[in-house]
Design a protein around this ligand. Structure first.
Ligand SMILES: Cc1cc2nc3c(=O)[nH]c(=O)nc-3n(C[C@H](O)[C@H](O)[C@H](O)COP(=O)(O)O)c2cc1C
Length: 295
């Protein structure tokens, strides 16, 4: 569909139609298997927010450039604007900028150099400690915090907050990458940040300006046919979709000069057994030690 057809006013001005911004983004995400006809999307079906969301890519190479004043506070305001279960606000974040401290985090996360390169490293926490003190002082008991349910609430809250910060950072032209590998050394991270009981470090987040010499690319995702179910869960076509996605991911890495194993191999290896969890198989006991009895 032409721009003139979408916005009739343009027909009189001789405006020639350009490809819809969604077309390229959907092609990068889904290859030939796009779930949408981008050219058919009208102005009420696409906007800059969607362009930003579909442009997401994790950035693992940063310029040596500081963030503008107030950026951290803007990101945290975006994070605090996320929904939060029962308005409990059961999360916190630690902003790390000290080079020596970032270097320690890089070591704990299997030497991920981008942690040291990025000017800001945010550590997102599931935080039941505030609520613990508040409830004990207010109603004399906080036994509800001992249940797995409440930890899930805190993890969900923290994750939504963090992702809001990611979207905000990307809208400001910044790059980010989550660092789940800090959980390989959860006790060391907690000691470094002096976390009180009932606070669990979930993941880090590098924030900075992407190095244009080592650009990141939009990574393909599984076809919608396997993740989107209508009315009821139907697990058909997964094998064929996986094979097609393996080929797409192989092409994605080949374009970057990387001879990567098939996606299905990589993700299967990641969940094959406790050895592949890089120390995180101990997390249940660590949680208990940190004051989460998981009842
Ligand atoms: C909770 C979480 C933890 C992650 N941990 C790491 C990490 O430790 N190191 C890393 O390089 N990427 C990490 N990632 C980034 C993923 O690898 C990345 O999101 C995924 O490969 C999809 O790529 P994309 O973000 O560029 O679309 C993490 C992502 C999430 C959501």
């Amino acid at each position: 569909m032409t721009l003139a057809a979408i916005i009739p006013a343009f027909a009189h001005r001789g405006v020639t139609s350009r490809p819809h911004p969604a077309a390229d983004l959907l092609a990068r995400r889904y290859g030939a298997d796009s779930p949408l006809d981008a050219e058919a999307l009208g102005p009420d079906q696409w906007n800059e927010v969607l362009t930003g969301l579909l442009s997401h890519k994790s950035v693992r190479a940063y310029r040596d450039a500081p963030l503008p004043e107030g950026t951290l506070e803007t990101l945290v305001a975006a994070a605090q604007s996320a929904p939060t279960s029962s308005n409990l606000q059961a999360w916190s974040v630690v902003a790390v900028t000290d080079p020596a401290r970032k270097a320690r985090f890089a070591t704990w996360a299997q030497n991920q150099a981008h942690i040291e390169q990025a000017p800001l490293f945010l550590v997102w926490l599931a935080d039941l400690s505030r609520l613990d003190g508040l409830a004990k002082a207010t109603v004399g008991d906080a036994a509800g915090l001992d249940y797995l349910e409440t930890l899930i609430v805190a993890i969900t809250d923290a994750t939504m907050a963090a992702q809001n910060a990611v979207v905000a950072a990307e809208s400001l032209g910044l790059g980010t990458v989550y660092i789940g590998a800090i959980r390989n050394e959860t006790e060391a991270v907690a000691a470094e940040l002096r976390l009180p009981p009932k606070v669990l470090p979930l993941f880090g987040l590098c924030v900075g300006y992407a190095d244009p010499a080592r650009p990141a690319a939009v990574k393909p995702r599984l076809p919608q046919s396997v993740v989107l179910h209508h009315e009821r869960y139907v697990a058909t076509g997964v094998e064929a979709a996986t094979a097609a996605y393996d080929a797409q991911v192989r092409d994605f890495y080949a374009q970057q000069g990387i001879d990567a194993p098939a996606w299905s191999q990589t993700v299967s290896a990641r969940v094959r057994g406790p050895a592949a969890l890089s120390g995180r198989h101990r997390l249940r006991q660590i949680l208990v030690d940190f004051g989460f009895p998981l009842l």
